[in-house]
Design a protein around this ligand. Structure first.
Ligand code: NAD
Length: 252
């Protein structure tokens, strides 16, 4: 029988990394609105109204403790949203090895780490889903975003590989590819410009639909991919970018 809209996550438990801000906060809110019990794993979880667990996705011991805390709190774990990520600017010469490995450790290995810790619980779930926050940067060839693009390209291929490995266990794995989303992260970038409000207007104007993506719109896509509504979908990436990818445009 079809799952009623608005109760997609009734009885299920979810965790969202990087869920205390921006896109992750909107995802946590959306999953909770659909009936899930939601845990937010973040460096600074206290900003979240949900069950907050301090966690650094760059640290394996921290991740294992956090995932075990969530499973103990809820008695189960059905949905993992790997959303924590950081940016990096510049061409390949702009960042040294330490910075390359730091960003890849958070954006890529963090996903493997959290998912690995969650696997035993997901295998027990009747409705297991992993959704990774990727980016249009994975395939757009963005100028001055070499490290960030490489990290998101890896997220895309990791999503495909995980989907292949775990579908027989009943675990679906997909990702969302946001364009430019109006989050505190983008706000910080705009604030560093000489004229932040002019820069914001210009950024909005560069989007195909004339505005940045709302975090709630990314959360809607994640909710679809995390819910039984997409029970036959695994190994896909869903663009939430105002049509940018289809138009072969770039956000910068
Ligand atoms: P944000 O900075 O507003 O929020 C990121 C959250 O992740 C913060 O709460 C932060 O504390 C947490 N975090 C950072 N490093 C962490 C770590 N090591 N361990 C645990 N938590 C950590 O950013 P956002 O704009 O909401 O971005 C979220 C995700 O969306 C990222 O993966 C980013 O690459 C992706 N994304 C963002 C945009 C955009 O335009 N904002 C576009 C495409 C993809």
């Amino acid at each position: 029988m079809a799952t009623p809209i608005g109760q997609e996550f009734e009885g299920l438990a979810a965790l969202v990394t990087g869920g205390a801000s921006g896109i992750g906060a909107a995802i946590a809110e959306r999953l909770a609105a659909g009936g899930a019990r939601v845990a937010v794993l973040d460096l600074a979880p206290e900003a979240s109204p949900h069950f907050g667990v301090e966690c650094n996705v760059a640290d394996d011991a921290s991740v294992r403790t956090a995932v075990e805390t969530v499973a103990k709190q809820f008695g189960r774990l059905d949905i993992v949203v790997n959303n924590a990520g950081i940016g990096a600017q510049g061409d390949i010469a702009a960042n040294d090895d330490d910075e390359w490995l730091r960003v890849l450790n958070i954006n890529v290995v963090g996903i493997a780490r959290v998912s690995r810790a969650a696997l035993p619980y997901l295998r027990e779930s009747p409705s297991a889903a992993i959704v990774n926050t990727c980016s249009i940067a994975a395939t757009a060839g963005l100028p001055q975003r070499a490290l960030y693009s490489a990290s998101k390209g890896a997220v895309l291929s990791l999503t495909l590989a995980m989907a292949a490995d775990h579908i027989r266990e009943g675990i679906r794995v997909n990702c969302v590819n946001p364009g430019t989303v109006d989050t505190p992260w983008v706000g910080r970038l705009l604030d560093s410009a000489a004229d932040p409000s002019a820069e914001r207007a210009a950024l909005n104007a560069r989007q195909p639909h004339g505005r940045m993506v709302d975090p709630a719109e990314v959360a809607g896509a994640v909710a679809y991919l995390a819910s039984p509504l997409s029970g036959s979908t695994s190994g896909t990436s869903l663009a939430v970018d105002g049509g940018m990818q289809g138009l072969r445009l770039r956000p910068v």
